[in-house]
Design a protein around this ligand. Structure first.
Ligand code: XMP
Length: 524
């Protein structure tokens, strides 16, 4: 079996919003990568045993005092280093070059002229202009620029406003790019990173879904041996992939607990049972907690209290059910790498909050079960690929995110069964039409919201006085900011008609045109 961790790239995070993207790109190129904070102890860096180190960009300016620095020790390890944006400036400063605040800040597209003879960039070109100079279309985002090279370095790319736009020291294998190769706007970005990790660092390409699945299965087998494992299955991507993986690894030793709070989407519970229990033969205990949940939510209109009630009930039921499985020794969880990075950042107080994380799956610590977390090293896109590899249905793996409290935060104010039933029908029409029009994958998240206010409408000869449904669809990369999706009017018209005509109890449909910020994606 391939050792998928044999070649590793370490990414030191200086606080860029693109740091995770760098790590993902490296992995897409077939090499395992991990992110550490910029000031991690040198012993940990040595122990990690990377074949290459990449320094991310960052929001600060090396021209100021007390800003993050790259230590000389790292630059002397003999491991190739690539600094991106702030990372390049930190290298330049550390090695005796000069960085200055530029009076021409550059944000967005830029064209850089490439010097021939560069190990990192030569031969790459998006277009060739006069004198056969190669030009790359890149994405810049910087205020400072390197003004004087450190000794031993050459300029390998330049623009008018940043004459030193990329640098290299072939002998010491230290490289710097003022632009961002990790974003897709830099057309040859992936090739540049490939040059660094494959050609310069000598890393292989064994980090592939097939190999990851194989190794994960072997690891799970070694970890749990003959013991019984329990998993809280929600039907979301992460827990579904864990279920499929564990089932493949340990079969009958896995028991999943699926809690239906009554706040799931139309037929969702049945679909989960069909996929896992019927098709795959996974042991799934389905708990119908609708009545219990509605009872506890009665008269409660406060969004945060509703979240707590649903979350606590989930945990309580999970505990009740798992305590019946007295010989279980392990609790499986769908923790993924961004969760690990976030909680590491949070514990050192250095987190740049990526997305507030409010998973209902936060299970009690006193369960006395050992944790098995087979997705801990993986990014979401890798989890999806693993799901595909394990044969899960495409629609399940590429689903929009669904909040832990489910429809509980999409019914404004008090939750009632009548409201949940109406919302389920409306949401189902909306989502299935998005799929039918081929729009589902174009938006990051889409859903219907139930507004418990009544509005007048006319149906035939009669007036009706019924509830309102709001439709929401957003486009976003990180869910921290989002723009409302500009869905075609014709599509919205069609969905609105279907909802009002087919659902007895809804008289009006609106479309939410609020961005985040200032609005949030969910309505509560
Ligand atoms: P907001 O509404 O904060 O949502 O803009 C950002 C993303 O987080 C999801 N979300 C939740 N997920 N439990 C969850 O597991 C929650 O309580 C919760 N609230 C919001 C939301 O669906 C969106 O993807």
């Amino acid at each position: 079996m391939k050792n998928i961790h044999a070649d590793k790239v370490l990414i030191l995070d200086f606080g860029s919003q693109y740091t995770q993207l760098i790590a993902r790109r490296v992995r897409e190129l077939g090499t395992y990568s991990e992110i550490y904070p910029w000031d991690i102890a040198i012993e940990k860096i040595i122990a990690f045993n990377a074949k290459g180190i990449i320094l991310s960009g960052g929001p600060e300016s090396v021209t100021l005092q007390n800003t993050p620095e790259i230590s000389n020790e790292i630059l002397k390890l003999g491991i190739p280093v690539l600094g991106i944006c702030y990372g390049m400036q930190a290298i330049a400063k550390q090695l005796g070059g000069e960085v200055e605040e530029s009076n021409q800040r550059e944000f967005g597209y830029a064209q850089v002229n490439i010097e021939s003879g560069s190990e990192l960039l030569a031969g790459l070109s998006d277009q060739t202009v006069e004198k056969n100079n190669a030009v790359l279309d890149v994405w810049m985002s910087h205020g400072d620029r390197v003004a004087r090279l450190p000794n031993g370095f050459n300029v390998i790319a330049s623009t008018d406003s940043a004459p030193i736009a990329a640098i290299e020291n072939k002998q010491q294998k230290i490289y710097g790019l003022q632009f961002h190769p990790e974003v897709t706007h830099t057309k040859k970005g992936k090739e540049i990173l490939g040059r660094f990790i494959h050609d310069i660092c000598g890393c292989g390409s064994d980090w592939t879904s097939v190999n990851i699945v194989h190794e994960s299965i072997e690891n799970v087998k070694l970890q749990v041996r003959g013991d019984q494992v329990i998993l809280g299955l929600s039907g979301g991507v992460d827990s579904s992939v864990v279920a499929a993986l564990l089932h493949k690894a340990i079969g009958e030793q896995l028991t999943c607990i699926f809690v239906d709070t009554g706040l799931l989407r139309l037929h969702e519970g049945d679909q989960v049972m069909e996929t896992f229990a019927q098709h795959m033969g996974v042991k799934v205990i389905r708990v119908n907690a609708e009545q219990r949940c509605l009872k506890e939510l009665k008269d409660e209109a406060d969004p945060e209290k509703k979240r707590k009630i649903i979350g606590n009930l989930f945990i309580k039921i999970f505990e009740e059910e798992s305590s019946k499985l007295s010989n279980a020794k392990w609790l499986a969880q769908g923790t993924i790498y961004p969760d690990v990075i976030e909680s590491a950042g949070a514990s050192t107080g250095k987190a740049h909050l990526i997305k507030s994380h409010h998973n209902v799956g936060g299970l009690p610590e006193d369960m006395k079960l050992k944790l098995v977390e087979p997705l801990r090293e993986l990014f979401k896109d890798e989890v999806r690929k693993m799901g595909e590899e394990l044969g899960l249905p495409y629609e399940m793996i590429h689903r929009h995110p669904f909040p832990g409290p489910g429809l509980g935060v999409r019914i404004l104010g008090e939750v009632k069964k009548e409201y949940a039933d109406l919302l389920r029908l409306a949401d189902d029409i909306y989502i299935s039409e998005l799929r039918a029009y081929g729009l589902y994958d174009d938006v990051s998240q889409a859903f219907a919201v139930f507004l418990p206010v009544k509005s007048v409408g006319v149906m035939g000869d009669g007036r009706r006085y019924d509830y309102v449904i709001a439709l929401r669809a957003v486009e976003t990369i990180d869910f921290m900011t989002a723009r409302w999706a500009h869905l075609p009017y014709e599509f919205l018209d069609h969905v609105s008609r279907r909802i009002i005509n087919e659902i007895d109890g809804i008289s009006r449909v609106t479309y939410d045109i609020s961005g985040k910020p200032p609005a949030t994606i969910e309505w509560e």
